[in-house]
Ligand binder design. Structure first.
Ligand SMILES: [Zn+2]
Length: 310
């Protein structure tokens, strides 16, 4: 009895249980099985499980634009395809499907998936062909100048090490890094470019002890990074029990990864008219986001440097 003789629902149940690489291997068995196995229905779960954590709006937007470029290239080069539409399912060769051949040794010749399919997207992520926007904590492998910050980067996956390669935008020098772990990554949001000033809408409500992220850049030529901090007390504050800091027009932003004497340990910003403050010596402080969830805060705490910074 052939697998294809099974009732359709039974076969679907089997395919649903396969891992991504098994599903790929199955798609190489025959054209009937390929047609089934490339279906988004089976790939949705795999995409969500492995990639949804990093596919932020910016990465999704970039992938969609890549797909539509591919599709318009194909349709332009093939004028006879006058009835072209998304549903015509232009097919791309996934070869070399390196992450798969290492597991199964098959698919060395043909593995085809529609360009607009989840399988194609998944395979491009998996084999590192798709560089996508994300943010990296403690960039450049915990370089002392970037501890407790998160910067925009373009990253791509390396399936052999289950880590990422990252490229950073840097003024006047090349900055890249290998072997970035999953724990040091978060998705990039489409609305904020790394040179756009974030509009702070949380300043009025900030109280001592609140956790926040603030944009900071070394000079105006550099992109912003997001820096983690905790709201502190004003200099003349009498302490926890008699504190009126939340009523003051100024708010103290503390960066406790730095030593008390460090010029980066604290900065004071005005709640009412803050946009960007600072100078060429100590850098410029931009928009502020208050951290809302325990998860955000604990992620930062796990990145804490072993020693206090100068
Ligand atoms: Zn206070």
């Amino acid at each position: 009895m052939s697998l294809l003789d099974l009732p359709e629902l039974t076969l679907d149940c089997i395919l649903e249980k396969l891992s991504a690489s098994e599903l790929c291997a199955m798609s190489c068995v025959s054209s009937e099985l390929r047609e089934k196995c490339v279906s988004d229905h089976f790939w949705k779960k795999h995409m969500e499980k492995k990639w949804s954590r990093l596919m932020g709006d910016a990465a999704i937007k970039e992938w969609k634009s890549h797909v539509s470029t591919l599709m318009s290239c194909v349709s332009n080069s093939n004028q006879s395809r006058t009835q072209w539409s998304w549903s015509s399912r232009i097919v791309a060769n996934l070869n070399p499907f390196s992450w798969l051949t290492s597991n199964h040794g098959c698919c060395s010749d043909v593995s085809l998936a529609p360009v607009d399919s989840l399988m194609y997207w998944y395979s491009n992520l998996e084999n590192g062909k798709f560089w996508f926007p994300a943010q990296v904590y403690n960039r450049e492998n915990g370089h002392v100048g970037f501890m407790m910050s998160c910067y925009d980067a373009k990253i791509r996956y390396d399936y052999k090490t289950d880590t990422f390669q990252a490229r950073y935008s840097a003024h006047g020098r090349r900055a890249a890094e290998e072997k970035v772990t999953w724990q040091r990554l978060r998705p990039s949001l489409v609305e904020a470019g790394s040179r756009d000033l974030h509009v702070s809408d949380c300043l009025d409500g900030l109280c001592p002890g609140d956790h926040f992220e603030i944009q900071w850049r070394r000079t105006k030529e550099f992109p912003y990074g997001w820096w983690y901090g905790i709201v502190g007390h004003l200099q003349y504050c009498e302490g926890e029990n008699n504190c009126n800091c939340h009523d003051d027009e100024n708010v103290v932003m503390e960066f406790r990864q730095f030593r008390l004497e460090s010029p980066w340990r604290t900065t004071v910003i005005n709640r009412k008219n803050h946009r960007e403050t600072g100078n060429e010596e100590n850098g410029f402080y931009g928009g502020v986001k208050k951290l809302g969830t325990e998860e955000e805060i604990s992620t930062w705490k796990q990145l804490w440097p072993p020693q206090t910074l100068e």
